[in-house]
Write a protein of this length. Structure first.
Length: 235
């Protein structure tokens, strides 16, 4: 399973044609992504047939939210639900660097069909394995966790990612989806080491490694070849 980041309709249509399995729709990639406009969301979702996970993040300053910002998040989720959109990318922590389970529970309570990717707020937790266990009770709705193993990228976070994938399989909990720094050069070693079920790509599938450029079919094919071979050959 390959999920790719997109920021507009053109990206989304091209990604589907090139074989993306799922999209993450965001605005403002340089700051890690924030909530896109409802007009953009509807345009992208109407343009493709593959699943689209929509980022719900009101600002790029912190993953610790005030009550007012929590209400913004919940209202955005409610609005998306009114359009039949239940796939959400969400993450929130408490000041003590643990999962904000209150917000997760409130999101689920107001939309029992919600399909959540807990995003890289997860990487700022003080204990990632504890954070994973805290999310297991919500696995019917928190389907996956986007993480680089608490490091700047997946290569640096590889030992932790390996433990998290093992924990996923031991507990049958949310899927660990590695993301950050994945490209044709790194995916072989990472996949061979951790054998994750899903991977998340941003600049690694783009021409020149730039989000402002289109997708690179050659790099995508290289990545796909590596994943099909279980990472046994490198590009």
């Amino acid at each position: 399973m390959m999920e790719w980041i997109v920021e507009n309709k053109q990206d989304a249509v091209q990604a589907e044609k090139l074989g993306a399995d799922r999209l993450e729709l965001i605005a403002s990639y340089p700051v890690g992504g924030v909530t896109p406009s409802i007009g953009l969301i509807r345009q992208v979702v109407d343009a493709v047939t593959i699943p689209v996970q929509v980022m719900v993040r009101p600002d790029a300053y912190s993953f610790v939210y005030t009550e007012d910002l929590k209400n913004v998040i919940l209202n955005d989720i409610k609005l998306l639900k009114s359009y039949g959109l239940n796939r959400i990318v969400l993450g929130a922590n408490k000041v003590d660097r643990t999962i904000d389970k209150d917000l997760v529970e409130r999101a689920i309570e107001q939309n029992n069909e919600i399909n959540i990717t807990f995003h890289r707020a997860f990487d700022e937790l003080s204990d990632l394995q504890k954070g994973y266990k805290d999310l297991i009770p919500y696995k019917e709705h928190v389907k996956r966790i986007l993480t680089s193993g608490g490091s700047a990228n997946c290569t640096q976070g590889l030992p932790v990612l390996k433990k998290l994938v093992q924990l996923q399989r031991e507990t049958n909990g949310p899927v660990i989806m590695p993301g950050s720094g994945l490209n044709a050069e790194t995916i072989g070693d990472i996949h061979q080491e951790i054998d994750a079920d899903e991977y998340h790509f941003g600049t690694g599938v783009r021409i020149g490694g730039s989000m402002t450029a289109g997708f690179d079919p050659d790099r995508i094919e290289n990545i796909r070849d590596v994943l099909k071979s279980d990472g046994k050959h490198k590009v």
